[in-house]
Write a protein that binds this ligand. Structure first.
Ligand code: G3P
Ligand code: CA
Length: 240
């Protein structure tokens, strides 16, 4: 079972910052998940939310900020016990930080309502410019239009399905959506990661990755269920 550093080692350092990725690398992580957005002037950046309210206490939206403006905001402002300054990093800087440690890179593209038009072409070109990067990448999104556009651009890019508000009864239609975009992965929340659901999705031919698994007992149960990977804020979860 893969142990995927969710937003870096975000249980120990501010999520989606270079500090969190550096720490995860130091802990021996080789699989990473992070969230991709785009600034007003077209720079691909890593941050979870569409705005900076929760992390930096600013109402500003990433889509409305130039990269230089985004870099002035402290996205660690609410991180205890160490709120010392961390800027939201560019995608390029995150990949440089992870470097050769990378085995699997799950880039979750936040593009609900196509807020970043053309991000699919831009990201694909970015991945193809760097040797070996596309092969290590798994692209996921809660926005199914985004997944469809990625698939239209590339027949073999690895895609992961994510569903907002998914429940056991909605799994069958969700599997249909995942099949429709030829996803290889199905990412599900821990709250519905029951043995039968995991078995159903694996039987349908998908790798199952579960988020967000921060307790060791939960991690061991997921492994026992045959889950292929867990997203965790604690890359050392199995050693705890
Ligand atoms: O990609 C798995 C997980 O990160 C999805 O949820 O809200 O943490 O981005 P979220
Ligand atoms: Ca995510």
């Amino acid at each position: 079972m893969r142990i995927i550093a969710h937003r870096g080692a975000s249980g120990y350092a501010p999520e989606n910052t270079l500090k969190a990725f550096s720490l995860a690398v130091g802990m021996g992580a080789s699989d990473f998940e992070f969230d991709v957005h785009r600034t007003k002037d077209g720079v691909l950046v890593v941050h979870h939310d569409y705005d900076l309210k929760r992390t930096a206490g600013s109402e500003a939206r990433i889509a409305d900020l130039a990269y230089s403006e985004l870099r002035k905001l402290n996205v660690a402002a609410h991180f205890a016990p160490d709120p010392s300054f961390q800027a939201a990093p560019s995608l390029e800087a995150v990949l440089d930080e992870i470097g050769p440690a990378a085995g699997l890179l799950n880039l979750e593209v936040k593009n609900d309502g196509n807020v970043y038009p053309g991000i699919e072409e831009q990201l694909l070109a970015f991945l193809e410019e760097r040797a070996g990067l596309r092969q290590k990448s798994l692209i996921s999104s809660f926005d199914h239009g985004t997944l469809r556009r990625f698939r239209a651009l590339s027949p073999d890019l690895r895609l992961g399905y994510l569903g907002h508000g998914l429940s056991t009864v909605l799994l069958a239609p969700a599997l249909g959506w995942a099949r429709a975009v030829k996803a290889v992965n199905f990412h599900m929340a821990l709250r519905i990661a029951f043995r039968a659901n995991v078995a159903l999705i694996r039987k349908a031919g998908f790798n199952v990755f579960v988020y967000t698994v921060n307790g060791r007992e939960d991690a061991l149960r997921m492994r026992e269920f045959g889950v292929d990977g867990i997203f965790t804020n604690y890359p050392d979860i199995m050693e705890k």
